[in-house]
Design a protein around this ligand. Structure first.
Ligand SMILES: Nc1nc2c(ncn2[C@@H]2O[C@H](COP(=O)(O)OP(=O)(O)OP(=O)(O)O)[C@@H](O)[C@H]2O)c(=O)[nH]1
Length: 348
């Protein structure tokens, strides 16, 4: 149950990520589309063609977000953006303004690729930009920038990268803290503070889930309702702290005697509910007897006292047309029978 709540938080995060990537693609397509028209009017054919390709690529990224997944769109956005920037630095764009656009690469990279991968990609990106700018003209003819311009471009790009990484890192930490905190509060809301077992609310949710499951696969499900015998006298004789200790120890005994897939809950004060999926009443009887004997043979040490307790157990198996309330009521009736027949026993 807790895992599913955490999964839900993560899928909400993914949904937000998908929305932002969608926005990036839309903004990218609109800007490159607009710039494409401007360069067409300015008769710059090569730039027009490149911007048209970029605009189409962003539209493909937007489309692939609906058809495929976020990762494909993210890769398309980032690497097409890099290629466009390399071209703008190489050609100088319009009146040497091309390199100004490289500043958008830093925040987009760390957001889309994440902190680590984003930084690695930015380092490689900057190296390639430097190679383009410092490439000797006699090797490949490209836009020539003054040394001052190149130095300032690199320094301001590094500053932008640092700020973007810092922002991404702090929002990552914040997101992690929120996830941890929400898991902690969910844990508190679903478990019993004394025994750390599932609480009644949690057990009810598990029962509803199991009911929905067996309505489909028709597998048996049984419950054991266990109640401590004469627990009041334990409290009266040894004190309330000793009583608490008994409850905590019993929680361990229960846990040691059931399978991983079973759920043990503190149903009430000194009442425990064991939910046994894929278990018939007959099989549940064997488990109940095992638990009863383990409790009987277990000695609880509290200060200088050695406390021994017993439990009574009522068993009920869920039938096809039965509700969860009816299942628990039946188990309660069996438990009552076990108590009237002398306690320290399993019924039926
Ligand atoms: N120490 C402690 N005692 C609790 C807790 N919750 C319930 N109890 C006690 O459990 C006792 C239950 O008493 P009863 O309902 O009379 O039942 P019983 O003495 O176990 O007798 P039978 O069930 O008839 O065998 C009460 O004394 C409650 O105070 C708890 O969290 N800690």
């Amino acid at each position: 149950m807790l895992a599913s709540i955490n999964d839900q938080s993560k899928s909400n995060g993914n949904l937000l990520h998908a929305r932002v990537i969608k926005l990036f693609s839309l903004v990218g397509a609109s800007i490159t589309g607009g710039m494409c028209l401007l360069s067409l009017l300015g008769n710059n054919n090569t730039l027009t063609l490149i911007l048209l390709v970029a605009c189409t690529t962003y539209l493909i990224a937007l489309f692939s977000l609906k058809k495929f997944n976020i990762k494909v769109s993210a890769i398309i956005i980032i690497y097409s953006l890099y290629l466009l920037m390399f071209y703008l630095v190489f050609s100088g764009g319009v009146a040497q303004t091309g390199p100004l656009w490289i500043f958008i690469v830093a925040p987009v990279s760390v957001y889309v690729l994440g902190f680590r991968l984003g930084l690695i990609n930015l380092a490689i990106f900057l190296c390639i930009v430097c190679i383009i700018m410092f490439l000797p003209q006699h090797l490949v003819a490209h836009e020539a920038y003054t040394p001052e311009f190149k130095l300032r471009l690199i320094l301001s790009f590094l500053t932008m990268t640092f700020l973007s990484a810092l922002y991404e890192y702090s929002s990552m930490q914040f997101y992690r803290n929120v996830l941890e905190l929400s898991a902690k509060y969910q844990q508190l809301a679903m478990s019993d503070p004394l025994t750390k077992l599932a609480n009644r609310r949690n057990a009810s949710a598990v029962l509803q889930q199991e009911k929905a499951r067996i309505d489909r696969n028709h597998e048996p499900l049984s419950v054991l309702l266990c109640d401590l015998d004469h627990f009041k006298s334990v409290n009266d004789k040894y004190g309330h702290n000793a009583g608490d200790m008994v409850l905590m120890e019993l929680a361990k005994v229960f846990t040691d005697n059931v399978r991983q897939q079973d759920c043990i809950a503190r149903w009430g004060g000194e009442e425990f509910l064991v939910i046994l999926p894929q278990t018939s009443a007959e099989q549940a009887g064997i488990i109940a007897e095992k638990i009863r004997l383990s409790v009987q043979n277990h000695t609880i040490h509290f200060l200088k006292h050695q406390i021994q307790v017993t439990i009574s157990i009522g068993i009920s198996q869920l039938t096809e047309d039965e509700t969860i309330d009816e299942l628990i009521n039946n188990a309660d009736k069996c438990l009552y029978q076990a108590k009237t027949l002398g306690r320290n026993r399993v019924h039926p």
